[in-house]
Write a protein that binds this ligand. Structure first.
Ligand SMILES: CC(C)(COP(=O)(O)OP(=O)(O)OC[C@H]1O[C@@H](n2cnc3c(N)ncnc32)[C@H](O)[C@@H]1OP(=O)(O)O)[C@@H](O)C(=O)NCCC(=O)NCCS
Length: 307
């Protein structure tokens, strides 16, 4: 097979977008730019006869390697390209001294990853909806629901929700690390810088950080996440703040959340709003699981391609 795995660079973003758009995924050129900035040495493309036929990106945070954006051009699949790119990502992970490799697998990729030593952990769902003017929160399909931004949740009496400020980053990074079992300062800093004004924090009565939520534009909808919180009430308050803010910025807004189907609190909250999280991905991992991770605090992932 005449495939060569090379480094992905900024000039490749338009072609990478073409591959991704063919799948209807939500990532933007800005997302690719962030992947490249965060992991210039872990971003790969598969080339055949001068044509880009695949992409894969491996990020390392605190010795945990995240692999995402594994895409092979239709017509070039089932020929070993995906396996070759994955092997390069796994080499990169080993070079970086990672003890754990994590990814979110589509149905068609589960077999390939399983054969590379990845084990399934839990299902991940995608919830899509539209926040429309007038306070209606109309989900994608197949149900309808209501989002009333004016209605106070009980949380607002106990918790303070406000926009993220410069001094919040350290507390955000440590809360996220508590949830993930790994520190992701570079990712969080980049997201906060890249989309200023688009995140909220939830503070307890003692001003301790109880949660945070970020969001950013996608190709077809706003991606809400990461949404990390110490409890359901804090998570719901943050989600309401984000939705109200999007509503205030005008027009009907499509939103997407990528959530663990193990998080029953989040599933119930989405159901109350008439949204259902359709199972689409399987979290798989290879290596030593971080036992200190508190995954129940993860209400929405930063995106399907990462935690
Ligand atoms: C998932 C995906 C990346 C796999 O890429 P791929 O290049 O087809 O992967 P490979 O060819 O290495 O392996 C796929 C299958 O083909 C088989 N295969 C590999 N070489 C083969 C060959 N020469 N002849 C026949 N079968 C072959 C593999 O054994 C594997 O089988 P399995 O799925 O039963 O394990 C690709 O299907 C894709 O881009 N899908 C859309 C995006 C997506 O879902 N990405 C995954 C994100 S997590």
């Amino acid at each position: 097979m005449d495939i060569e795995i090379q480094s992905l660079c900024a000039a490749d973003i338009p072609q990478a977008m073409d591959l991704k758009n063919a799948l209807g995924w939500n990532q933007t050129p800005e997302d690719w730019r962030r992947f490249l900035q965060l992991s210039p040495l872990g971003s790969f493309k598969a080339m055949r006869g001068g044509q880009m036929v695949g992409t894969a990106v491996a990020h390392v945070f605190d010795r945990v390697c995240w692999i995402g954006m594994v895409i092979v051009r239709e017509g070039c699949r089932q020929q070993g390209v995906g396996r070759l790119m994955m092997k390069r990502c796994l080499e990169f992970s080993a070079e970086q001294g990672c003890s754990l490799v994590v990814l979110n697998a589509t149905r068609e990729a589960v077999g390939l990853y399983g054969s590379l030593g990845f084990r399934p952990e839990f299902l991940i769902g995608t919830a899509r909806g539209t926040i429309a003017n007038g306070g209606q929160f109309a989900p994608g399909q197949p149900t309808r629901g209501e989002f009333t931004p004016g209605a106070d949740s009980p949380a607002t009496k106990t918790y303070q929700i406000r926009r993220i400020e410069g001094g919040d980053l350290d507390a955000i990074v440590s809360l996220d690390a508590e949830a993930q079992g790994a520190e992701r300062e570079a990712l969080l800093m980049r997201l906060v810088e890249q989309y200023p004004g688009s995140g909220f924090v939830c503070l307890g009565p003692d001003c301790r950080l109880e949660g945070f939520a970020l969001h950013r534009p996608g190709v077809h909808s706003i991606q809400i996440g990461p949404l990390i919180a110490r409890g359901h009430i804090q998570a719901e308050s943050l989600l309401r703040a984000v939705c109200s803010d999007l509503l205030a910025s005008g027009g009907a807004t499509g939103i997407t959340l990528t959530v663990s189907l193990n998080n029953t609190g989040m599933r119930h909250m989405l159901n109350r709003w008439g949204l259902s999280a359709e199972p689409r991905l399987t979290r798989m991992s290879r290596g030593w699981k971080r036992l200190q991770a508190r995954e129940e605090m993860i209400y929405a992932f930063s995106g399907p391609e990462k935690g």
